[in-house]
Design a protein around this ligand. Structure first.
Ligand SMILES: [Zn+2]
Length: 290
């Protein structure tokens, strides 16, 4: 008797309870990259990748999140939609399998307007997927990406502006921009600027539990926890991104704050602890009940 070898995971969804909420990590897929995406000494990045038994060539995991408080369905980011390449864009399929129809989503919290965070807001024709959702983001994020690229911007940055507009402009009538603070009951926007001007995390609180979805504080877990100064070439303000990552790691470790992230290894929930001169990520343990 034979059984075909599996070629993909049976499920890209993982539920995690935070007080009265259930937060679901939903994997959108991966980007296959090279270490050229890192703004860091190449040999050191390779050394750290090997030390953490990372795939070569490297991969970047892409996650988005669903928050269910029993009343409103809230998304945090939306994956790559139809434009992230052959190994990304599964977010919508996973939502469907969970029984979430697009019209059921009431709110979408955007960490920032890069391709892998806002492209799932629209379909292959650029039409809005979620007819009833308001979209929330930091006002600097909207001002930057929905404006014109800086004079002399390289082609890749110009293209990123087009991608941001494609994902978000169809929602312009229901876009709510904020400076920070509470954006929904129990959900606070935390500005985490640097990767992009209005890059933001969302802190969820319920009862005595908390979870910070920190967006793109980390893209390459094998390198950046050990070496927080290692940046990414698509950081808009690299020095500010480094400073924000250092501040975030310090806070998460000091406060024993549970975090999740768009590019942490699926299912992406865990804690940050100090380890020598750097940090280490300790994933949450999987249990069968939620
Ligand atoms: Zn990202």
């Amino acid at each position: 008797m034979t059984l075909p070898l599996p070629s993909e995971q049976p499920c890209g969804v993982h539920h995690f309870r935070i007080g009265d909420l259930v937060v679901s990590a939903i994997n959108d897929g991966i980007f296959e990259v090279t270490l050229d995406v890192m703004a860091h000494d190449r040999a050191d990045a390779e050394r750290l990748q090997r030390a953490h038994f990372r795939r070569e060539p490297p991969r970047i995991t892409i996650n988005a999140f669903l928050v269910n408080d029993g009343r409103t369905l809230t998304l945090i980011d939306s994956g790559c939609g139809t434009i992230g390449g052959p190994k990304a864009g599964a977010f919508g399929r996973h939502l469907e399998r969970l029984g979430v129809r697009p019209e059921m989503v009431g709110r979408i919290l955007v960490t920032h307007m890069h391709i892998d965070h806002i492209s799932g807001l629209v379909d292959g024709e650029g039409k809005p997927v979620f007819p009833n959702a308001e979209v929330v983001c930091h006002e600097e994020e909207a001002r930057f990406w929905l404006g014109e690229p800086p004079a002399g911007a390289p082609d890749a940055l110009r293209e990123a502006f087009g991608i941001a507009k494609r994902g978000v402009l169809p929602y312009r009538e229901r876009l709510r921009t904020v400076k920070g603070g509470e954006v929904a009951p129990g959900i606070t926007l935390e500005p985490l600027p640097g990767h992009t001007p209005g890059h933001s995390g969302y802190l969820l609180r319920s009862g005595r539990e908390a979870l910070l979805m920190w967006g793109d504080i980390v893209h390459m877990p094998g390198v950046q926890f050990a070496e927080p100064k290692a940046g990414m070439v698509f950081d808009i303000d690299p020095d500010l991104a480094r400073a924000t990552r250092a501040r975030m790691f310090d806070r998460a470790a000091s406060e024993r704050l549970r975090v999740c992230g768009a590019h942490l290894d699926f299912p992406a929930f865990g804690h940050v602890v100090r380890d020598g001169a750097g940090y280490r990520f300790i994933p949450e343990v999987w249990y069968p009940d939620v």
